[in-house]
Design a protein around this ligand. Structure first.
Ligand code: ZN
Ligand code: ZN
Length: 340
């Protein structure tokens, strides 16, 4: 059973108290009242094994119930993030506080991957770069993604230069040069490997984007494939091939059939979806061939409160359409902060 972040912090404080007896109670009290960042950032709460944590299952629609796309693979207490849609840092913090996954304390996130550079998948990037740094992260953030991620990183750091100057040169006194982001522009194949995980990037196709990726994670106990945004592809089937979990986007037929959509004025959304996305029926076909142990549906146009949102599909619509498509394997509708 994982210890919660709160429990972990408590245990750190207790241990610190014992040590502090040696160096004096005055120092102890000052540290409890003003804990330094190293005590605030929890780490490693899980002995072993792999967890998949859905941090954001939403779309560009700013639905308060569904944060922007972000998925975490947590292995042996280390987190690996795929995409950083809006809300990612708050959701990671919630996974830490409410689910006891200390690896997702934002200060513990150090390795991240991005499927493509659409804003709904990257609007949380400045937050991910800056907030954990402000709160105490002093190691570089390693970011892997398609061409353009280096330029995006450079421009985000430039955009926040005034903030960075004030925090390093002003009273906060954050060490200069402590904010580092190493952006890696990748190709397909194995792009990352450490003691916990091997990450393989495979090509996806997402409309006019020149370069988009899905990712496969192989750990000691699990294989997980995350599609990102894509039309249905053989490369996704090949990447999965009986994988334990396939996390895949899906557009509902009901949504595509709706004659009135409030956004994308003037856009033929059906034509757009055909070039950029996967329908439920197409995903059912794909999953029959990919044969995942569990199919998780994310990044889809559903509402968890459909009565409050006209024209929205429901989770039941989504599930029914997948079944109508003839897929009989294990499938769930992903929700923010679900852990598998
Ligand atoms: Zn996209
Ligand atoms: Zn998207």
């Amino acid at each position: 059973m994982n210890r919660s972040c709160k429990t972990y912090r408590l245990s750190i404080i207790v241990r610190f108290w014992i040590r502090s007896r040696i160096i004096g109670s005055v120092l102890f009290l000052s540290v409890v009242i003003f804990p330094p960042p190293s005590l605030v950032v929890a780490k490693d709460i899980r002995e072993s094994g792999t967890q998949l944590v859905l941090l954001g299952t939403g779309t560009p629609n700013p639905d308060p119930d569904r944060s922007g796309p972000a998925t975490a693979v947590v292995v042996n207490g280390s987190a690996y993030l795929v995409d950083f849609g809006p809300g990612v840092v708050r959701r990671a913090s919630a996974a830490c506080r409410d689910k006891g996954i200390a690896a997702l304390d934002p200060g513990n996130i150090k390795v991240v991957f991005v499927t493509h550079l659409h804003s709904d998948h990257t609007a949380g990037y400045p937050d991910l770069v800056l907030t954990p740094w402000v709160m105490g992260r002093r190691v570089p953030l390693e970011v892997y993604g398609p061409k353009g991620i280096k330029s995006m990183t450079k421009h985000i750091l430039a955009a926040y230069q005034e903030d960075i100057s004030i925090r390093t040169l002003g009273m906060e006194n954050i060490p200069p040069d402590s904010l580092k982001v190493n952006a890696h522009e990748i190709n397909t194949g194995v792009i990352y490997k450490d003691a916990n995980v091997t990450v393989t990037a495979f090509p996806t196709r997402h409309g006019d984007w020149k370069e988009t990726y899905g990712y496969r994670f192989d750990t000691a106990d699990r294989s997980i494939v995350i599609s990102g945004d894509t039309v249905p592809l053989q490369s996704t089937i090949d990447a999965c091939r009986g994988c334990d979990i396939l996390v895949h986007e899906a557009q509902t037929m009901k949504y595509l059939a709706s004659p009135r959509r409030p956004s994308l004025q003037g856009t033929d959304f059906r034509a757009y979806a055909e070039k950029y996305h996967t329908t439920t029926l197409q995903l059912a076909e794909l999953a029959k061939k990919a044969k995942p142990g569990l199919l998780i549906l994310y990044h889809n146009p559903i509402s968890l409160q459909p009565k409050r949102k006209l024209f929205a599909s429901t989770p039941e619509d989504l599930m029914n359409e997948i079944r109508t498509g003839g897929y009989s394997g294990k499938v769930v509708v992903g929700r923010d902060l679900d852990v598998y």
